[in-house]
Design a protein around this ligand. Structure first.
Ligand SMILES: [Zn+2]
Length: 500
């Protein structure tokens, strides 16, 4: 749809809303477990505008999508006039980056509805920030991509889209201690269906796992993944850690990617206990939303579990704030992969569709150990060639990274990195991982950096993010992306050097 058509359509929808939906009318059934139909953009907007209450529930527009729809942020807090006490526990729950993955959004809206009716459901020390529908254009079209045809959950490195930029503006303003992304996966993919099975879990969760995120933060996030088990079991929901992959025993199963182009690792790098929830949908069912209420219930239980009690919140806040001050490690992992160290055999549950029976299938293909295959010493800074500055500046700005543009030449000790080649093959499992960058580090040399060179030092607040964006030795780096691919020629130096 063209931008004009989109705007006209939005205006039409707003008019329709005024005519047909009372502002405070909830599109949600009294019992969320009875939900059979997802809440639309128009219904959500009307509901949130109706439920807003100064000093308690505030709704702000953080961006406009390509087609002109609002990306909304809801803040719920009971601190009244006392705005920014640092002792508060700040939480950011966001959903529907993929427009056709709906349950997280619906669960968040039921939370807003319930807290609006009973404020005591929200602990007094919690500032709860919600972005229930990050991709309103995709939601309206019931498709994964946004209005510009981009996959938002692969855009967290470049932040080229208005929706992802808005998420990071909010994240840097709020600095959440806890951040949770919300998605859905298919339970009845072709490989499962062929075997007469479906994936067992209704709901799953996984933690941030990037090597630059301090271990204690990742460990606490994984602990939350595990400790949710009994709660979900009591509610009768099939739950496990999120694993990507096909049916056991032959197909490989892995946790979420260790890359930085998604929300889980992106916000984890900013120093949040960062997780992803994925609920399972039966896409081939006559009515895929028949169990939407159950998925929403699973989401709500996990959202509440992660809020925990006061002791848990104090612990998470301390860990998150410690992670933000944590000195950089001496080495940067540049090449990692998931493996099964020692060939452990684990039992993976599947459900037999004809009988409803749950089978435990032994497999040695669950790759849950993250292996570091390559690393480089951490530099003091990165230097970006003047000729490439125009490409890099929008990314640095969108990521909130500080940089200096040299006004005069400056002597420096640098290590250039030569691109050997870019390898193309694509990883079907993760729907990513093409464009592996194979490079060669050159010996360090004293040079004069010309005026116009950008220097990004690693003594800044978001140094870990700077490394993820700029480190030229990363196996999966910037140069697979359009706009950056052209800057990398096999046999020539990359435009970013490592500065010591
Ligand atoms: Zn998704």
């Amino acid at each position: 749809m063209s931008r004009t058509a989109g705007l006209l359509r939005s205006a039409g929808l707003s008019l329709l809303l005024i005519l047909s939906v009372g502002a405070a009318e909830s599109p949600l059934p009294a019992d969320h477990r009875a939900l059979r139909r997802t809440v639309s953009y128009a219904e959500m907007t009307a509901f949130l505008e109706g439920v807003a209450k100064p000093g308690f529930i505030t709704v702000t527009e953080e961006a406009r999508s390509t087609e002109g729809r609002k990306v909304l942020l809801v803040r719920l807090n009971r601190s009244g006039g006392n705005p920014q006490s640092r002792a508060r526990f700040r939480v950011l729950y966001y959903a529907q980056q993929h427009g056709d993955e709906v349950a997280g959004k619906d669960a968040l809206l039921t939370l807003v509805r319930d807290i609006a009716a009973r404020p005591s459901l929200l602990p007094e020390d919690v500032d709860l920030y919600l972005m229930p529908m990050l991709n309103p254009d995709g939601a309206e079209a019931h498709r994964r991509l946004n209005g510009a045809g981009a996959d938002l959950n692969r855009d967290h490195l470049l932040l080229a889209q208005p929706e992802t930029r808005a998420l990071y503006r909010v994240a840097r303003r709020v600095r959440p201690h806890l951040a949770v992304d919300s998605h859905e996966f298919g339970r009845d993919g072709e490989a499962y269906t062929r075997k007469g099975w479906e994936a067992w879990p209704l709901i799953t969760m996984d933690a941030c796992n990037h090597p630059l995120i301090p271990d204690y933060l990742k460990a606490a996030a994984l602990e939350a993944v595990t400790s949710a088990g009994p709660l979900l079991a009591r509610a009768g929901h099939a739950y496990r850690r999120y694993l990507v992959g096909g049916p056991p025993p032959e197909e490989e199963l892995r946790p979420s990617t260790a890359e930085v182009d998604d929300g889980r690792n992106g916000l984890g790098t900013l120093g949040a206990l960062s997780l992803i929830i994925e609920s399972g949908v039966r896409h081939r069912a006559t009515e895929p939303q028949a169990d939407l209420g159950a998925r929403v219930d699973g989401y709500r239980l996990l959202y509440r579990h992660l809020l925990g009690n006061r002791a848990w919140r104090d612990r998470v806040r301390n860990l998150a704030e410690r992670a933000r001050r944590e000195p950089l490690p001496p080495f940067i992992a540049t090449n990692t992969f998931w493996a099964n160290v020692g060939g452990k055999v684990s039992a993976v549950k599947v459900r037999e569709v004809a009988t409803g029976r749950v089978l435990e299938v032994p497999t040695a293909m669950a790759m849950t150990d993250l292996v570091v295959k390559g690393s480089v010493p951490t530099p003091r800074a990165y230097a970006i060639e003047a000729a490439a500055a125009a490409r890099f500046i929008p990314v640095l700005q969108a990521q909130g990274l500080a940089f200096e543009t040299l006004a005069a030449p400056r002597k420096a000790r640098i290590e250039r990195v030569k691109l050997l080649r870019i390898e193309e093959p694509y990883d079907e499992l993760y729907q990513r991982y093409k464009d592996r960058q194979l490079v060669e580090r050159r010996p360090q040399a004293e040079v004069e950096l010309p005026a116009g060179t950008l220097v990004v030092t690693l003594d800044q607040d978001l140094a870990r993010r700077a490394i993820q964006v700029l480190e030229p030795c990363l196996l999966y780096g910037l140069y697979g992306y359009p706009g950056f691919r052209e800057l990398a020629r096999p046999g020539a130096d990359l435009p970013v050097s490592r500065l010591f």
